[in-house]
Design a protein around this ligand. Structure first.
Ligand code: FAD
Ligand code: MG
Length: 340
């Protein structure tokens, strides 16, 4: 099993109180906070809880981690024993019945594939493997290999779902689903659901470059979240104020392969079969984690103008805001006063 854990927290640094310019966690009382290693990164859950509420908070956070762990156990492509690995082995031979969670993520992913005009596509598995292999051998894939892999990619027309039976079927042999671009966001959503169900309505769940903040921080103010922006001089961070929103960041700053001294992103353009170029960091704010996760990946593929156009014309995304490597159009609503 491949295991990387990123110690330099990616794109986002959570501030628990009103902070100064520094990107470190500001001390604040009335918080319960715990971190676990999961999904190839660290997940930190912070909830507002008085001393008396600490035991309840601790239990709620433990339950939220359990929920996330169950999703990892279903959807990881880094292990052979997950439900998704089973789907990838068997779904061409016959329809495979899956859990409600996996079905929901795959169903939502097909909608995202449609809404992003194919830029977000969970059937990129064959291309992801091809480029990972290229990274290991140091040899670029041949055009013919990319062309062949592309015949096995296409969530909208090559995946068949049965909503009643909750089954998934591949229409082409050797297809492969990769939920790396959405499952983390979905897991964060489910953790938030658990916290709310247990009465923890002021909380933050951060999974690597993905953060959902609900309610208010311990000072009764909006949560402050720093998003890395490589094109800014102010320490590379934009400070955002969030309440009941998620922000997700995608980019090639952490996960990439190097071939002949050139860096290739882990995000693949499913239309060309090649890693995306140009955008090193894209963040998106949305009402939920799955949407932010999928769209941050898609926007990396689409580029700022096309991503903005597609988001704007679809009412489903009216709450989404895009921060694209240096541009902050549409983002100012969330910028903390010191950034404005
Ligand atoms: P995102 O932009 O959100 O996603 C990029 C990822 O999505 C790519 O890595 C690829 O998997 C996929 N993808 C690429 N292009 C597209 C596209 N056009 N459309 C849709 N999807 C695309 N990492 C480890 O090192 N070890 C682990 O054990 C491990 N376990 C994991 C278990 C789960 C359930 C999940 C969700 C992730 C896990 N990861 C693990 C991390 C995973 O391999 C990815 O690197 C990570 O999900 C990328 O997330 P991101 O937010 O950095 O980038
Ligand atoms: Mg994503």
């Amino acid at each position: 099993m491949k295991r990387f854990v990123f110690f330099a927290f990616a794109s986002l640094v959570l501030l628990s109180g009103c902070g100064g310019k520094s990107a470190t966690t500001a001390p604040s009382s009335n918080l319960y906070k715990a971190t676990k290693e999961m999904m190839g990164t660290f997940v930190t859950i912070t909830v507002v809880a008085t001393d008396a509420e600490q035991p309840k908070a601790q239990q709620a956070v433990a339950n939220a981690f359990d929920r996330m762990r169950r999703i990892e156990d279903l959807m990881s492509i880094h292990r052979d024993d997950t439900e998704l690995a089973h789907v990838n082995r068997e779904a061409f031979a016959a329809p495979v019945r899956v859990s409600d969670d996996t079905y929901e993520v795959i169903r939502a992913s097909i909608q995202f594939a449609k809404d992003t005009e194919g830029a977000f596509d969970i059937t990129v598995g064959p291309l992801v493997k091809l480029w990972e292999e290229a990274g290991k051998t140091g040899k670029l894939p041949a055009d013919a290999e990319i062309k062949e892999a592309l015949t096995r990619v296409g969530a909208v027309d090559k995946l068949k779902l049965d909503d009643k039976e909750k089954t998934v079927r591949f229409m082409v042999r050797d297809m492969s689903i990769d939920l790396g671009g959405i499952a983390k966001g979905y897991a964060v959503d489910k953790a938030i659901e658990v916290l709310r169900a247990e009465g923890m309505n002021n909380a933050v769940v951060q999974a690597g470059g993905q953060v959902t903040a609900i309610g208010r921080n311990a000072d009764g103010k909006k949560w402050l979240v720093d998003v890395r922006n490589f094109f800014r001089a102010n320490g590379h961070f934009e400070r955002l104020e969030l309440e009941n929103m998620d922000v997700a960041t995608s980019g090639d700053y952490e996960r990439f392969v190097t071939i002949d001294g050139r860096r290739y992103s882990h995000i693949i353009d499913p239309r060309t079969g090649r890693p995306v170029e140009g955008a090193s960091s894209v963040s998106i704010i949305a009402k939920d984690g799955a949407t932010a996760d999928a769209w941050s990946t898609a926007a990396s593929v689409l580029g700022f103008n096309k991503a903005t156009e597609l988001l704007r014309k679809n009412d489903r995304y009216k709450d989404c805001q895009l921060l694209f490597a240096g541009c902050t159009q549409g983002f100012s609503d969330y910028l903390a006063p010191e950034n404005n």
